[in-house]
Design a protein around this ligand. Sequence first.
Ligand SMILES: [Mg+2]
Length: 178
Amino acid sequence: MNDQINDKKALFLDRDGILNIDKAYVYRFEDILWVEGIFELIHFANTHGLLVVVLTNQSGVAQGMYQEADVIKLHAEMKKFLEARNLRVDDWFYCTEYYSERRKPRPGMMIEASNKHNIDLSQSYMIGDKPTDVLDIIGPKTFLLKGNYPLDEIEKTKTAEIFTSLEEILERLKKEIN
Ligand SMILES: [Mg+2]
């Protein structure tokens, strides 16, 4: 019998466009430019009882642009860089395939994270920069950062709140978490 209670809260983060500037198919640490406000956001989560979990589609692997080993190496380097600044990302999930239940907007990666870390999705938050970061399940509140991708559909359907900076998203999050 599974008597685990999912009682943890998480801040789910898309990677490209949220942690690092989305320059399309980034896979080397030397190409990482951190998005303004990301350190403050992670720090807030670390100090307010939120797990920080990255969920990233990496179909560049399926397309042969880089290897899964590159993704693993890059995440290890990003983690090390953050840890040197006392910032903690608790886990990194990536999907290398196009046709997968794990590929956002499908919920596979998020469900996996929830099972692994006992996360209550209804008490959690997702931050992304694309309509596909609004996951197709009853789950976290979603905050989208306006960046490289059109969000007109989201504006119409109001399935997520839209912001123009991570600083604004942090202010919004502070209203939720005390
Ligand atoms: Mg993105």
